[in-house]
Design a protein around this ligand. Sequence first.
Ligand SMILES: *[C@@H]1O[C@H](CO)[C@@H](O)[C@H](O)[C@H]1NC(C)=O
Ligand SMILES: *[C@@H]1O[C@H](CO)[C@@H](O)[C@H](O)[C@H]1NC(C)=O
Length: 866
Amino acid sequence: MNHCNEIYECRDLSYNRNLGGPLPQSIGNLKQLVVLRLIGCKFGDRIPIEVGNLLNLHVLSLNSNQFAGEIPASLGRLSNLTWLDLAGNQLTGRLPTSSDEGSGLDQLLNTLHLHLNKNQLSGRIPNSLFSSNMKFIHVLLDHNNFTGEIPESIGLVRSLEILRLDNNYLNGSVPSSIRNLTLLDALNLANNKLIGPMPNLTGMHALNYLDLSNNTFDPSEVPEWLLDVQNLTTLIIESGRLHGEVPPSLFSFPQLQQLRLKDNAFGGTLDMGSNISHQLEMVDLRNNAFTSVTLSSNYNNSIILVGNPVCSNAQLHETEYCHEPQDSGSGSSITDCLHPYEGPIVCRAPSFSDVSRNLAPMANRIASMVNGTPVSFSLQNYFFDGDAYLRVQLTICPSSAKHFTRREILQWFDLSSQSLALSEIYGPCYFDPWQYSFRRSVNRGLIAGIVVGCVAAVLAIAGLGSYALWQKKRAKKAIILQNPFASWGSTGGDAGDAPQLRLARCFSLDELRKCTDDFSKDNEIGSGGYGKACDDLIVYKATLQDGKTVVAIKRSQKGSKQGGVEFKTEIEMLSRVHHKNLVDLVGFCFEKGERMLVYEYISNGTLTENLSGRRRTQLDWKRRLHVALDAAKGLAYLHELAKPPIIHRDVKSSNILLDDDLAAKVADFGLSMLVDDGNLGHVSTSVKGTMGYLDPEYFMTQQLTAKSDVYSFGVVMLELMTSRLPIQKGKYVVREVKAGLDEKDAEFCGLKHMIDPSILNDGCIVGFRKFVELALRCVEDASDDRPTMSEIVKEIETMLKDDKLKGNSASSSSSSSSDAGLRQTYDELLLLSREVNSDGVHRSDRYLFSDRSETDACAVLDRGSE
Ligand SMILES: *[C@@H]1O[C@H](CO)[C@@H](O)[C@H](O)[C@H]1NC(C)=O
Ligand SMILES: *[C@@H]1O[C@H](CO)[C@@H](O)[C@H](O)[C@H]1NC(C)=O
């Protein structure tokens, strides 16, 4: 029996609200099921108790449906569950615990995610729910009807990173044990009835996001402990009964982005001090009692003072400070309406950490999606969750009517699909709208519209096997969905969008264990990956049980925190990508904490090996041009044709493999995201890549774009020319070539000493000058000056077509780095890596290098510690 049975979500059926009805009790017979995700459908009625029989479940996601009734206590039996998401339903009643009902949620000792938000759950949050052997990292109980006190036991769950209890009816005072949650990144207690002093959060240094608004805490001045929580990016205490002065030091928290303190009783003079956070973009002090303001010339972003006495001052009265903000300047406006259509946009791999500076492309994209419809929208409350997913709350308001109609919502169909085509900087994203209650409409025209809309949606799933299959076989054995992506049909309305999928097989741990001889050292053919250490991955060669297929198995080392859902996302991404110049994913295994990817085995090794002479292949110049062309085609596909686009992030000669015919295939794309990144939140982010290939602009701005791959590819081109590692004997090939270049030297003779003598033997070097010029354009400092991968493909094709082509265009190498300090750091890093290459391993406080092979020095630079 296969171990990887999964039922996939409706989202994969193009987000289909038509799949619905009660979940059959016989679901309890699918005993091998590991993942059950039915998100955003119309399933309703009770969650069958029998779900508690699915003892192998790792992931149970039933969010955004219409489930009602109580949470079955039987879910407590799912001891393997790492992810429980029942958010956005109509669940009622109390949280079941084993002391009351024999089994309950307190038994979920392996669960990392408990998402029960947006339901109508009530009663107390039981003290027995939490214990010190739990592993929760996310507990989301917000937007329910919970009453009573916050349980003291919450302080036992030391692993917690996000705790949301907001928008309930919680009362009593906040237990002091909450301060034990020193890993907590986001704490939201807003909109409850909490009393007593504001909780003392001294020592919670991980805290980034804090919202204590709208409670009934004792009136006070700004509490002293607040000045100890220095890592805040967002502080929200609205209607907090605060008075006195706002201490200037509050504005100097180094990462502070938003300070929202409206509807308090702060008074006196507003003085932001001189040391204002560079990140600060918004200070909302509406409706306080400030009588004067000392504005700082260091701060040019938004301050809102409407509703303060100081605004009656003639000088200030007409200024922007004293007006309600109109537009945040990024295409979004603050919206307020009774019945918004809303939900989070979740982006799983953003390439930046400073959200405020990177929200504009998202806003623009959404503006273009809703273009022509009379709505307003806002993007708010963004944060990185504990999985380093970016979450941005999208709120769409109808501008005329009070409600959206069903037909209008259907126009958001695009927004609701699995992958939201935003800018590539966000990585893959989706929109997960909350349930929307429609106003009943008797308008015939509208009904016609709904019918047409639904027919289209039904067409879209006609021919999709998985649900029908499930219906048919539900009474029998478990379904084997060998291809988890089988849910895309080849017929129906969305055929155009259906990705071309070859089967990504799900392997059992046993099978892979057997064919690698229990992962024996003899079968190891390499290691790699990057992140905290360089040995995240070990690669094994194996022959599958069919006796024919030879594969390379990449096995992540234990200790990585990546969960099943993330892994699945990555596999989905990799499975969608097929190109003759990319190494094919054959399958994967996700079992017992193991995460492995199985790739086709490519016989002739890496380009590095082939260039270094470690293999017997002879790569003449023409062959090298073909290698460059092949690799460029693979990357052009990733950048320009893959949906969503993929940035490789680690293009280098050791990631380019040569097959029997010496055709090149790019490997390890997407791996960057498979490798656990530790705490990649907005505190710090690590620039990832391999020294020698790392794009200096990416390094300095942390803005990953496709052009970073182009830079690395340029380095590979130079390697093809010189057969040298990019950094060898303390010399960096990019600088050496730039330095050796003389414009007047038509044949680039000045570079002769750098060229691999074995290609000079060929006598005639086809298109050499063009080639060097192209490589140097790829490694321009400014990414805008670099060509795209498809331009590179075209140029290399031209070189190959015309042997006698003599280049004559000028090459330029302008350097325009505004950030000299970072440039220096980058240079320093290069310097360090030279030391690595000459004397083995180098360590310093700030950089960690380890030298696996001469080429694979890897670097992690923690920008947060600078
Ligand atoms: C939850 O609270 C809301 C708002 O007060 C109320 O309308 C609803 O009936 C409550 N639901 C339950 C199940 O108590
Ligand atoms: C908050 O807790 C810290 C650490 O225990 C303590 O030193 C401080 O006095 C407390 N502050 C208040 C206002 O209780």
